[in-house]
Each structure stands twice: as structure tokens, then as C-alpha cells.
Ligand binder design. Structure first.
Ligand code: LMR
Length: 394
């Protein structure tokens, strides 16, 4: 039977991760997969996570099943982190998911069950796994302009013009903050315009929020999501804890459905739970429990917020340092956008040949579309990267 299987396209981020591991050079620099690295190149377990795990180890008396939708205390704690009080709890359905990817997959399955003919609109560019999952689930998709390659900022006029082709019942996938792969984000006024537009069109927003706390702060990064969710009658939100809690391998995420009324909330909740049962039964619990403990225990929360803030400001400092280094080297402001972007990533705007040149000659690994993971840099490698960018003629 297996001879009927077709070879699947390689995920370019995963392929890059393997290529980096196989490179034997000592001075190689990993700016590929979106994983935070401290100045010594490690991805540490956050202190609050370690402390919560210690407490959990002491207190946990059973590994028996939780609930199909995950522990309700986790759902409540994480939905509060994302939405604060922007949506009445009675309108919210939610289910824990294996990571942000699990939440996106489940969201698209839910859309398929509700409206199989919907087109899912994606920013150009977007995280490559978005179109891959949509294709896998056999749904239609279309792109809207998002990134202006010249200014390296959001092409908002282009975005709204393309979204003009959205029809009622379509889904518009938005990045809640820290756009992946570009680092260019909507302003508050633009979020408001998008929210009003979605209401007018009768389109469903699906917001992927995977980097809350990595851009301008926990509340600032959730602002767009809150604006949309408090404006539209229905929305889906896929939240990930991989990055902001550093629990990548624990697969901790949440899918939220905002409904117009309590009756549809019940239906949405029942369908989310049903989907979990079909796909994996109970979602992973360890990471979710740790996150819930951190969010609800004042001491753990303080510890986590302090460390997250250090991570965030560290990335901002690296952004500024790289932009300054390139300003000096090129005698121009062509790279100032790096300091303006937010989150883990920036799209540099290099050609695939220039990206290849930086990999071959300088051991610098970035995704082929020139997405760089700023969190993969440190004070020393900022200079190496700045030299390589100039050497490659970007
Ligand atoms: C990334 O974009 O690098 C991360 O979201 C990790 C992944 O799964 O691709």
C-alpha cells in the first residue's frame, strides 16, 4: 500500500534546522527556526517554568485524564492573558491544543465543518505551515498583499484593496503581533479599520498569536487581537505558549472561538471538544498546567514577566545594534527598518542567492526568503552578520 504514497514537500524551516545541525563549522550562526537563544546560544528553561515544575512535581498526585478541552483553569488563564476583558466570558469557547500549530490545524478543521466552501485569506508572505495545513485539509486559500518589499513595512493600502475580494463566510488569517516572517505589524488604527471591515464583509478572523510579549509588551502585543475580538460577532484565536513561556517541546496552545451569543458558544464549545476527541482525545497537560500555575500565582507570574521582559528588550537591543552597524557600514538608512520591526523575525529583503552566499561563506543560516531570527543573534554575531550582509551586497 505504501507505494501509493507521494513524497511530501519539505518544510523549509525544518530543513534549515537540520542543515544547521549538520554544519560542522564552529563559527556558524543560526538565524533559522524561531527559537529564542540567550547570549551564550542556549535556549534556557525559564526560571518560572522550572519553579512551577518543581511545585507541580511535589503536588501532583495523579496522571489520570483531565478534560477533553484541557484543564478549564488553563483555558481561562490563557484566554485572559490574550483577550483580557475585551470579550464577555459567556461568548467564549476554548480548548487546549498541542501547541500553536495544533490550534491552527483545529481552527481550520472547525471552519471546514462549518463552511467547507470558505476561502482562507493569507498574508503574503506568511508562516509556510499556514498554507501547508490549509492544503492538507483540502480548503481553498487566497493571498492578500501585506509586505512592501521596498520599504519593508506593511503595504496597508494593498492589503485592504486585496481584502476587498473577500466574500461573506470567508476567513481572514491575521498575525496577532510580531508578524512571521516579516516583523512588520499593523498600527492600532489599522487594526480598527480591519476589524470594521471584517464586520462589514461578514468574514471570520482567524488570529494566530504566537509571540505575545516578544514585541512591545504583553498587553500591547494583544491589542490588535482584542480590538478585533471586541468588534466582530465571531472570531477564532490560536494562541501558542511555545515562545513566550519557552515550552516549545511541551506543545502548549489554545484555540478560542468567540461567538455572538450563548447558544452558539455552546455549539462552538461542543465542536471544539469533539475535534479534540477525534484528533488526539486529551490535549497534552504538562505545559498547560505549568502555564496556568505561572499565570495565576503572583510570585511565579512576576518572575515570568520579568524574564520575558528581559528577552523582549534584549531582542530590541540587538535590532538597534544591527541597524546601527549597517548604518555605519553602508552610510545609509536602508536598514533602519530592522529597528522598527517587532518580534523574533525580520525579513531582510535579500535574494535567495545572497542568502546562500551568507550561508556558504559566513556560516549564517536564515530562511531562503531572508527571514532572520533576531533572537538567534548576540553582541558578537551582530557584527558578523552586518559584515556578511554588506559582503553579500544586500
Ligand atoms: C518558526 O516560524 O520558525 C516557528 O514558528 C517554528 C516552526 O514551527 O516553524
Amino acid at each position: 500500500m505504501f507505494e501509493h504514497l507521494k513524497a511530501q514537500p519539505q518544510d523549509k524551516i525544518m530543513a534549515l534546522m537540520i542543515a544547521f545541525r549538520e554544519d560542522t563549522r564552529d563559527n556558524k550562526v543560526d538565524l533559522g527556526v524561531g527559537v529564542y537563544k540567550d547570549p551564550t546560544g542556549n535556549t534556557p528553561v525559564m526560571k518560572a517554568v522550572k519553579n512551577a515544575e518543581k511545585q507541580l512535581w511535589e503536588a501532583e498526585t495523579t496522571k489520570s485524564y483531565t478534560a477533553l478541552g484541557g484543564d478549564p483553569a488553563f483555558v481561562k488563564a490563557l484566554s485572559t492573558l490574550v483577550l483580557a476583558d475585551s470579550v464577555d466570558e459567556a461568548r467564549l469557547a476554548g480548548a487546549a491544543q498541542p501547541g500553536g500549530t495544533g490550534a491552527i490545524h483545529q481552527a481550520i478543521e472547525l471552519v471546514k465543518m462549518a463552511n467547507p466552501g470558505a476561502t482562507i485569506w493569507l498574508s503574503a508572505p506568511t508562516w509556510p505551515n499556514h498554507p501547508s495545513i490549509i492544503k492538507h485539509l483540502g480548503m481553498k486559500m487566497a493571498e492578500y498583499r501585506y509586505f512592501d518589499n521596498d520599504s519593508r513595512a506593511v503595504d496597508f493600502a494593498g492589503m485592504m484593496a486585496d481584502l476587498g475580494n473577500v466574500t461573506t463566510g470567508d476567513v481572514v488569517l491575521l498575525h496577532g503581533c510580531c508578524h512571521n516572517p516579516t516583523g512588520a505589524n499593523l498600527t492600532t488604527a489599522e487594526w480598527e479599520e480591519v476589524a470594521d471591515f471584517l464586520v462589514k464583509k461578514g468574514a471570520l478572523p482567524l488570529i494566530d498569536i504566537a509571540y505575545q510579549g516578544f514585541g512591545d509588551g504583553l498587553d500591547a502585543d494583544a491589542e490588535g487581537t482584542r480590538i478585533v475580538c471586541s468588534t466582530v460577532p465571531e472570531a477564532l484565536v490560536a494562541a501558542s505558549c511555545s515562545k513566550n513561556f519557552g515550552v516549545y517541546r511541551e506543545r502548549t496552545g489554545l484555540l478560542l472561538a468567540v461567538s455572538p451569543d450563548e447558544e452558539k458558544q455552546k455549539l462552538a464549545q461542543q465542536n471544539l471538544t469533539h475535534l479534540n476527541r477525534q484528533n488526539f482525545s486529551f490535549p497534552p497537560d504538562h505545559g498547560a498546567r505549568v502555564v496556568q500555575m505561572i499565570l495565576t500565582d503572583p510570585a511565579l507570574r512576576q518572575e515570568w514577566e520579568t524574564e520575558l521582559e528581559e528577552v523582549r528588550t534584549g531582542m530590541l537591543r540587538l535590532r538597534k545594534s544591527l541597524a546601527d552597524g549597517l548604518r555605519q557600514r553602508t552610510n545609509s538608512d536602508n536598514f533602519d527598518f530592522i529597528a522598527d520591526h517587532r518580534g523574533m523575525f525580520s525579513r531582510l529583503g535579500a535574494t535567495p542567492e545572497q542568502v546562500e552566499h551568507m550561508r556558504e561563506k559566513h556560516g549564517i543560516y536564515m530562511v531562503g526568503d531572508s527571514r532572520m531570527n533576531i533572537a538567534g543573534l548576540n553582541d558578537k554575531t551582530v557584527d558578523i552578520l552586518a559584515d556578511a550582509i554588506v559582503d553579500a551586497g544586500v
